[in-house]
Design a binder for this molecule. Structure first.
Ligand code: G16
Length: 542
């Protein structure tokens, strides 16, 4: 029997860049999860009898929230829930399941690359029928609903056994516990030449994949070791743990430093990669080389036709605004449209659905294509492997060739974390107010030629997204972008994105920090980072 439980609103259930992310303790407050899930269901329209996909990255609280969501889905009238074994689905695998089985939508439980555990982070995100994150008009409606919600619906039934595949009935709704890996692996086999990659690996090509004790472990064991024949031990940290082994599952040079050391050490493998908490990000390394996510997007776009699933070429390329403009040069050379969107994978969905883009990427280690509607870490790894299997060159040689052809966009992101929110907001506000006066200003040898605050007019649904980052364009093709992160759970994080272009005939082998040093100083001056925040240096450089 359906129970209607009285509740009262929480004021802080506004989804950020990617769903609602908060500390676990916030989600553990009585009615907090229920309020948010009910707010989602209340704005979705008629899903009676339809299918909901449910899964998460296995972090602390995952199982409890899965059980709550199953009860509420039954009470609200869903006909079926497809849930991953153990409550686990990587984010791209969930996107695939939504699309493949024609589901109404899905709830993905993850705080992505944020740490997990009782004192760390949790998150809930709703994805629509195309498999992608809900667009802003839906997340805004969810937020508005959460501010007035006064009841939620549930049923009083025991927990579903999530640890065995099969079907269960929950108050008239069917719950199917599915293998989280099998559909995803099948999709990857359709897109890539597994035979060529197997031959490459059998010939002695060595790789190392760090699953960071997060969701990609089982996927990587199956794909890299079992289906592609890489030796056991290729996948490290392959067992998903609720607290990611106490680590921060963010594949960058700070948190994946062991992989960096392996790839820059003696006896380094030919290829190294890592993914994040929920499997949508990727880190790509070759022997003695780190490929920035922006460069990876550009190199993948230039070579993607080598993979069978993309032999027909690309419809267009999309990147988030702060991502370097390396991909723009590839788009230009291929005669393709380049779409520039705000930060947030949700902005790519319309372009992919409308056939305006095939490959998308972000500086935040996200790359993906129209095969699903999320970024996809292992997809990027497999695409790199497919390209390496065809070209038979090292990662370093492929990048050197790429820069010799298109030039090089030196790039870094500086993050100032845990700032006091009011100070960070003041910094951005001042910067915004200064924008009109900045063109023509010089700082050292740098001259600003354009300054604006990015806003996005979605070409498909015509929606407008404002205040998406302040960008400064310098003479000679350098650029600095400032914005506040929308994924943190405590205080504010200022992100400063720095980029300088060097043409094919320029110095393509400089040290990135040296190449960007004058921009870093200018960014600090222009935004008054030290003055506003007291910080002299960023916490993380990626
Ligand atoms: C999410 C979004 C990405 C975004 C990233 C960083 O990734 O899906 O589109 O680039 O956050 O966002 P912000 O700069 O606002 O923190 P993920 O992997 O955390 O889901």
């Amino acid at each position: 029997m359906t129970l209607t439980i009285t509740t009262s609103p929480f004021a802080d259930q506004k989804p950020g860049t990617s769903g609602l992310r908060k500390k676990v303790r916030v989600f553990q407050q009585p009615r907090y999860v229920e309020n948010f899930v009910q707010s989602v269901f209340d704005v979705l329209g008629d899903f009676r009898g339809k299918t909901l996909v449910l899964g998460g990255d296995g972090r602390f609280l995952n199982r409890e929230v899965i059980q709550t969501a199953i009860r509420m889905a039954a009470a609200n009238g869903f006909g079926r829930v497809l849930v991953g074994l153990g409550g686990i689905l990587s984010t791209p695998a969930a996107s695939n399941i939504i699309r493949k089985y024609g589901a109404f939508g899905g709830l993905i439980l993850s705080a992505s690359h944020n740490p997990g555990g009782p004192d760390e982070d949790f998150g809930i995100k709703y994805n629509i029928a195309n498999g992608g994150p809900a667009p802003e008009k839906i997340t805004q409606a969810i937020y508005l609903r959460s501010k007035v919600i006064d009841r939620y619906l549930t049923v009083d039934v025991p927990d579903v056994d999530l640890d065995n595949l099969g079907e269960f009935q929950v108050a008239g709704m069917t719950v199917t516990v599915i293998d989280p890996v099998v559909d995803y692996a099948e999709l990857m086999e359709q897109l890539f030449d597994f035979g060529a990659i197997r031959t490459l690996i059998a010939g002695g090509f060595r790789l190392s994949f760090d699953a960071m004790h997060a969701v990609t472990g089982p996927y990587a064991h199956e794909l890299l070791e079992r289906r592609l024949g890489a030796p056991p031990g290729t996948v490290v940290n392959g067992t998903p743990l609720p607290d990611f082994g106490g680590h921060h599952p963010d594949p960058n040079m700070v948190h994946a430093h062991e992989l960096f050391e392996r790839m820059f050490g003696t006896e380094a493998p030919d290829f190294g990669a890592a993914s994040d908490g929920d499997g949508d990000r990727n880190l790509i390394l070759g022997r003695n080389i780190f490929v920035t996510p922006s460069d990876s997007l550009a190199a993948l776009a230039a070579n993607i036709h080598l993979a069978p699933g993309y032999a027909g070429g690309l419809k267009g390329i999309a990147r988030s605004m702060p991502t370097s403009r390396a991909a723009d040069r590839v788009a230009h050379a291929l005669g393709l449209a380049l779409h520039e969107t705000p930060t947030g994978w949700k902005f790519f969905g319309n372009l992919l659905d409308a056939g305006m883009a095939t490959i998308c990427g972000e500086e935040s280690a996200g790359t993906g294509s129209d095969h699903v509607r999320e970024k996809d870490g292992l997809w990027a790894v497999l695409l790199w492997l497919n390209i390496l299997a065809v070209r038979r060159e090292s990662v370093a040689a492929i990048m050197a060739g790429h820069w010799a052809c298109f030039g090089r966009n030196y790039y870094a992101r500086h993050d100032y974390e845990g700032l006091e929110s009011t100070a960070a907001e003041k910094l951005v506000r001042e910067l915004r107010e200064n924008v009109p006066a900045l063109p023509g200003c010089t700082i050292g040898a740098l001259t600003i030629i354009e300054a604006d605050e990015f806003e996005y007019h979605d070409p498909v649904d015509k929606s407008l997204s404002q205040r998406q980052g302040v960008r400064l364009e310098f003479e000679g093709g350098a650029r600095v972008v400032f914005r506040l992160s929308g994924t943190g759970t405590s205080g504010a994080t200022l992100r400063v994105y720095l980029e300088r272009y060097e043409g094919p005939d320029g110095n393509l082998n400089a040290d990135t920090a040296e190449a960007l040093a004058d921009l870093v100083a200018a960014a600090n001056d222009l935004a008054g980072i030290t003055r506003h925040t007291g910080r002299k240096a960023p916490d993380v450089i990626t």
